[in-house]
Design a protein. Structure first.
Lengths: 108, 509
């Protein structure tokens, strides 16, 4: 069962991954087939486990100010800044349209 | 279950043309009664009536020193990116550590809103991309929030004079803990967005109200009461102007007996007054759209306070898929009560629901009942007292220092002092007339040394804040009531003597 172009497009929008070419898509399909093996296990009556930490005690911190005040350090990572603000594009940059991507996949 | 639905309120709001630019056809709409005896708006003649449905999602910033999952300070208006830790900036290798105070705030709020507190609640990640969300996801509680199934009671006045009050209830679906995002400043001239992460990671309580309301006035009253409760608890300062209380309204309309209509979400509402306007405008807009054969899109709209209308929001790309997943770095949050309290646990690690419950302060509704009970004032008076910051304290201080009965004092406070304050846009704390001066003045009235009318003159003088006492002003302006019988007779006689002709005419009939 192949992954459709619509699903690929949806995944790329949601996760900003780039499947790039036919080989990337094939790797994805192999990964899905590998993970599907989990479906063979009967989990009736078994509560799903979210995390191996689920029996641990959630540590509660006291409400004290212990961090912050490191503006210069944080801004070191910024490619662009304006007076201690991070600079970002005006809105989310839309991904290339579906049609452009389809031809790109076909081409490789 | 309290009274839901509008009763007569919708008809009144409708006739007054609630909301912004309202087409003139508005005034012609009449109202009919529905089965419950309440009025329901009627559309153009011949068309079926409409039932508006309003639900609210409220985000209240938790009043705490540090953030929900990090130790950076929580403070309004600080130099950009100065209150940001490595975790808040989402640098790799950092982990969330839950702030105990935020948990307590959420439990207090849940208890005050009659919720069931979930002894085990879970954290999840809600994914979306935006420049002010550096991690690409928000940590929230989508599957099992900290509190569920509560209720909030609020009151409405059925006429403008506040003499008839009706109590309504709205169901609280849930309360969840979640992170706030940073702030984006849009610089359109340079086509860029400036990002300040000071607010990123601040603790929020999201209060989700079921769609039990039907107009702007109900929504506003419910939010006002929630605001008072949060401020009383101290779990949030809930000042809308500082973004500590943000309200999104979900609005739809349908015909009675039919399924709910498509709803729109209205955002960018900055005050309680605008909330009422925005909701009423959107209801009107939807009714008109549908009656003109149009459809309602399931979209997000922003309220434009200058124009008094809602407009579609750009940049909201269709239906979002948030790909909720459990937050893998946080185990379940376990809360305890007196029965389940573990014997050997460190106190600092234990949040005890019963302990918090025992220490809840008197909620506004209880405070109002006590005021009515203790001072013999009317319920609507108690509402006004609680509605103005500091007014209850002022009133009680005056009562303590005067012989005048509280039932009379309240008139002076609410009708005279409060209108002075409103006229000059002052808060109670800024009043040039202190409770001591007020009490002195009322004592003069009570002892019949001056008349009420004279007292109002004295108050006008006191208002100038020149430091004179009421007695000094009375003497200065000779406003004393004359008590001496003989003196009064002399004055009357002098008047009669001076007007001999008129007196003769009167006596003759």
């Amino acid at each position: 069962q192949a992954v459709t172009v619509e699903v690929l497009d949806h995944l790329e929008q949601l996760a900003l991954v780039d499947f790039r070419d036919a080989e990337g898509v094939e790797r994805l399909q192999k990964a899905i087939r590998f993970a599907d093996q989990l479906q063979e296990v009967n989990t009736d009556g078994v509560e799903p486990m979210d995390s191996v930490l689920e029996d641990r005690c959630l540590y509660l911190r006291e409400d004290d100010v212990t961090e912050g005040n490191c503006t210069t350090e944080l801004l070191k990572n910024a490619r662009e800044k304006v007076e201690e603000y991070f600079v970002a594009p005006p809105g989310n940059i839309p991904l290339p349209k579906l049609e452009e991507r389809e031809t790109f996949l076909k081409g490789s | 279950v309290g009274a839901r639905g509008c009763g007569g309120v919708w008809r009144r709001a409708w006739q007054h043309g609630a909301g912004g630019p309202c087409p003139s056809s508005c005034g012609q709409r009449a109202a009919t009664s529905n089965g419950r005896g309440g009025a329901v708006p009627v559309g153009k003649s011949g068309l079926a009536p409409w039932v508006p449905v309003v639900g609210l999602e409220i985000h209240a910033q938790i009043s705490s020193n540090s953030k929900l999952f990090s130790g950076s300070q929580v403070q309004f208006a600080a130099p950009p990116n100065s209150l940001v830790s490595f975790f808040d900036a989402s640098l790799p290798g950092t982990l969330p550590v839950l702030n105990r105070r935020c948990v307590e705030a959420a439990v207090m709020t849940g208890l005050a809103l009659n919720c069931s507190i979930n002894k085990k609640s879970l954290f999840d990640r809600k994914h979306y991309f935006y420049a002010d969300l550096p991690a690409g996801y928000q940590i929230t509680q989508q599957r099992v929030p900290i509190a569920v199934n509560g209720s909030l009671s609020y009151s409405l006045c059925t006429d403008n004079k506040m003499s008839q009050m009706v109590t309504k209830t709205v169901r609280i679906k849930q309360i969840q803990l979640e992170q706030d995002s940073g702030k984006s400043l849009h610089d359109d001239t340079r086509s860029q967005t400036l990002v300040d992460l000071n607010r990123a990671g601040v603790g929020l309580m999201e209060v989700v109200m079921e769609p039990d309301m039907c107009c702007g006035e109900e929504a506003a009253a419910a939010v006002r009461e929630l605001q008072l409760i949060l401020q009383t608890l101290g779990s949030s300062q809930a000042v809308m102007a500082e973004g500590q209380l943000r309200v999104d309204a979900n609005v739809s309309v349908h015909h009675p007996g039919e399924p709910y209509g498509v709803r729109t979400e209205v955002k960018n509402i900055n005050s309680i007054r605008f909330l009422a306007k925005a909701v009423d405008y959107e209801i009107q807009r939807q009714i008109e759209e549908l009656e003109n054969g149009g459809t309602i899109l399931n979209e997000t709209r922003a309220f434009d306070s200058k124009l008094g209308c809602t407009v579609p929001m750009r940049d909201k790309e269709g239906k979002q898929d948030y790909r909720f997943m459990p937050e893998p770095n946080l185990p379940p949050l376990i809360l305890y009560d007196a029965k389940s309290l573990p014997a050997n646990m460190n106190h600092q690690q234990v949040v005890n629901i019963d302990w918090i419950h025992e220490r809840l302060p008197d909620l506004p509704s209880v405070k109002r009942a006590k005021l009515v009970d203790q001072y013999g004032i009317l319920p609507e008076h108690s509402f006004t007292l609680l509605n103005e910051d500091g007014l209850t304290e002022f009133f009680e201080n005056v009562v303590k220092q005067t012989q005048m009965k509280p039932k009379k004092v309240i008139g002076w406070i609410l009708n005279i002092l409060l209108s002075y304050l409103k006229q000059h846009s002052l808060t109670v704390k800024e009043s040039p007339v202190s409770s001591v001066l007020m009490a002195d003045l009322l004592n003069l009235v009570e002892k019949k040394e001056i008349s009420s009318t004279a007292a109002k003159q004295v108050l006008a003088e006191l208002w100038k804040g020149e430091g004179k006492t009421p007695l000094e002003i009375v003497k200065e302006k000779k406003l004393e009531l004359i008590q001496d019988q003989k003196e009064l007779e002399q004055i009357c006689q002098a008047v009669i003597d001076g007007q001999e002709n008129e007196v003769i005419m009167m006596v003759l009939g």
